[in-house]
Structure formats: C-alpha cells, structure tokens
Design a protein around this ligand. Sequence first.
Ligand code: FES
Ligand code: MG
Length: 587
Amino acid sequence: MFDAAVFEGEEQLVTGERRSAAWFGATGRAGMIYRSWMRNQGFGSEVFDGRPVIGVAVSVSELAPCNAHLDRVAEAVRRGVWQAGGFPLVFPTMATGETLMRPTAMLYRNLMAMEVEELVRANPLDGVVMLSGCDKTTPAMVMAAASVDVPAVLVTGGPMLTGKYRGQDVGSGTHVWKFEEELKAGRMSQEECFFAEGCMARSNGHCMTMGTASTMACVTEALGMQLPGSASWPAVDARRFETAQAAGQRIVAMVEEGLRPSQVLTREAFENAIRVNAAIGGSTNAIIHLLAIAGRVGVELSLDDFDVLARAVPTLVNVMPSGRFLMEDFCYAGGVPVVMRDLVEHDLLHGSALTVTGKSVADNVAGAENWNPEVITPLGAPFQPAGSGTAVLRGNLAPGGAVLKQSAATPALLTHTGPALVFDTVEDYHAVADDPGLEVTADTVLVIRGAGPKGYPGMPEVANVALPAKLLKAGVRDMVRICDGRMSGTGYGTVVLHVTPESALGGPLALVHTGDRITLDVPHRSLTLHVDDAELDQRRQHWQPPENPYTSGYTWLYTQHVQQADTGADFDFLHGTRGHTIPRDSH
Ligand code: FES
Ligand code: MG
C-alpha cells in the first residue's frame, strides 16, 4: 500500500511526485471511495500498492474506421504495462474520423485535444499511452499530452495493407481523386468505382498513402513521442502489437524516470519533425498540427520555419501521393529510422534530441538498415531534389502566408499567371464544375474561398477540387487552385492552401474578382494579385463579413476562439501547458 503516513487526512491533497497516490493512497472515506469502486472490476487490493497507474487513451470508434481496431492495440499496451509492474486503466476518447464527420474532422481536433487533456488531469494517472490513427486523432493526442505534461507515449494504429485493384497497387485517398477524375472524364463507370472501393480498403488501419495519418505517425516518431519504427507497421502486422506492448512497458519506466513531454517536445524536436516531414514527402496538414503542438509547449515555431528548414532536405521516400509506393513498402524498407539515420549522418537532424526511449535520436536510429533503396532513396541520390518540399508563399494575396506542396504539383505550373475564376463557396464551384459552358481554360486560376477555420467552419479538406469536367475531358490533369482551406494529405495538384488571413476575416482572398490576374511564383515564394492597393481598398470598403449562423453550441465556441492556420488553428484559450496539478477532492 501507499505509505499511509503521507496522508494526514482525507481532505488533504497529496503533493508527492506520483499523482495516483492522491487517490489510491488516501485513507478514510475518500480513499475508500477511490479504491472500492475500482474493485468492482475485479482488481485485487495489490494494484493500490503504489505502482504507476497508466492511462491508456484509446480513440477507438466504428465511426472512425481508421481507429476501429485500436481496442486490440490497447490490449497489447495493457499487457506491457502489467509486465513492467504498472497498473493500466484503459479509457475511451473521442475519435475524429476523416471520412464520415461533417463538416470536417478538423472542426473537432481541438475538442478532442481538450477532452483528452482534461481526462488525464482529472484522473489518478501517472502516465498515459495514447492510441490514435486517423489524421486529427494523432495531433489531438499530442496536443493534450503537451498541455497536461504527464509522461506520455503515442502509439498509432498503423496503416492499412496496400490496396490491390485489378493487378495494380492503389492508395487510399490518392486513388479516390484519380478514380473521380476517370469517372468524370467518362473512362470509368460507377459500377467499376463501387468495385474499386472495396479493393482500396482491405484491412484495418489508416490511409496507407503518405496522407496526413501516415505523415503524423512519422512526424510524431520524429518528434520523439513514439517508439522508433512505430509509425509504419501495418495495422494488422503482429509487430504493431509488439510495439504497442513495448510502449506499455516503456511508459512505466518513464514514470519512474519522470520523463515528460516538455522534455521531448523541444525546438530541436520540432526542427527534426519538419525535416523528416520534408524527407517523407509528408502532408501539408502536418504544418498546421505541428504549429498547434508547438503552441501548447511554448516552443517558438513559425510558418517560415517550415520553408527554411525543409529547403535543405530532399524528398527521400517514394510513397504516394508524391511517389509510387505505399506505407507497407515503406515499412518493409525500414521505415522512419532509416530516414532519420540518413538525415543524422548528413547533419540535417539534431541527433542529440531526447526521445521517449530515454535515449537520443542518434542512438535510436544508429542501427537502422535500408532494405529497399527504391522506396527510401538515399540522400546522395534522392527521389526528388532538395527544395522540392512544401513551399511557404507570401504576397498581397496571402500576407499571413499560404503553402503549396511542390512534390505533389505539376512543375510547369509552379510559375504561372492566369485569370481568376472565383467561387465564394466550394458548393458554388461544384454546382457548375460539370457545366460544359463554364468559362474556364487550363490557364484559369480557380479561387475557392469560404473554407478557412472560421468561415467554413473547421477548415475542411476541399481545396483540391476536381478540375472542371470540360477540362478533364480535354485531357487537362492539373490547374492552379487557390483556397483558404486545406487539402487531404493524400491529395495532389498545384494547389495553394491555407491562405491567411482567410476570406471570412476579410483577407485579400475575399477581395478577388473573377478576371483579376494572379501570379503564382513558387521559386520566389510569392502569390500576387495584380490589383493595385487603391482598388483593393475600395473593394475592402464594400466588403461585408459573412454572417456567422452559429449562435450557440460547440461550433459557436469554435468560431469565437479558433486561430488562423499560420499558428495552427488551435483555440486561443488552449495555448500553453496547464500541467497536471492534482485537482481538489471530489467528495
Ligand atoms: Fe483516416 Fe485517411 S481517412 S487516415
Ligand atoms: Mg485527411
């Protein structure tokens, strides 16, 4: 049992290092309440002997298909915690699934982060293992871990097996866009699409392209918050469960060591994550999520850091949407440790950064071997040259910045001037996209606004709209699109994203008229609207902010407090670390 001498009365808060002692070590009425109800689950009294109590936060849900198997991953974590002498307690969290949630899972990332943070703080937990999978669930967990700052390890659920359709490998997400184009161009039937759907998703797991889920899994490994190699094991691979078990063992030791997220999530760790994101050809969404996580731990990180730090890093990983392989191939080639080892050896990472293993990045990846240099190309002969990653653009159309993923764009369009065709909402565009009479050419710059954090609300992944049917039928496969929303990490095309400030706040994007000329100049990192300041001022005076239809409920709260993309689209009141002080007694 906990040393009863520490507890002088049932009202007293315990200030010992182990949080759980304040609950399970209490004497008198309060202690009885804390322990007795736990025993209804069949736990013997020995679990209250002062061992580390480990929460296993599980974002399992059949409504978030990428996370549907996490209960089985949790079993492996639980096993590891018991093995190491801890007391595991599994609890469910919200699960924000990309595919079903409307208007967008991103609307709920901050809510999930807030929920997990509060659950950890309110309960007798000394450490936590966080299980996530689908896009937003991983950053939400890490944001929570950062704000509550108890020892924490992340275990992602792993990607699906490679999609197989009529003899070819197909990637979730990426092939949805491709099939949509084929359907619109009349080269694929709806029946064929129904068939292809099943071929694309043939096991548990998250998207097996380098979409946002795989990216965030890799990036959190790069941050040092996941065990080495943890990001890429397929969801159904036995080693996914071995890794989860190892995380359960490791968290118990981390509690003993007092190793907390604030020691791992340093400026060096974020720089490592940004460079790994560039090397894997990662999702543009990682930018927003990393900015949000940095905001939680008070690390100074700016949008421009992503451009500056990534410029020196070639794209090494040849995985869709930038390349042709899939996460299963990446895993068998050696996964993130191979990428990190190569970057460390070329002085492109902070090898000394501390990770959840208790060791440095350099130590973690020292023995990593590359089993397939076609999938993970070596730095000396990269898949795509340095500087081909995500560019941060500025100019009079995006004074707060915008981003473009070069590796997923058409090189010839990276410098382009054309007339704008403007839509206030993505629905307005879809209503006319198939109209054969639409006045659009391959040179047109499609401007889609009203998709920012506040305006949509939630900043959905709508920016990479399919091209107008007229152009697709004529064989056009890409055109410049500009939007204040996001693009799926599985998406591709010459798409300018995250334009800040967003149109709903009266950013310059709100002032563009159809026919205005716009220049995209990625080599010079600029995005220019060729309308003079006097004319823009004139337009600004006539601009009316869109009405916010939300007057109550969570969505109202969201629109009142969400920040812009250039700082991570977190809530203003969630910035920072609030720590894990033990709350007042409940009885
Ligand atoms: Fe969940 Fe792609 S939809 S990871
Ligand atoms: Mg997505």
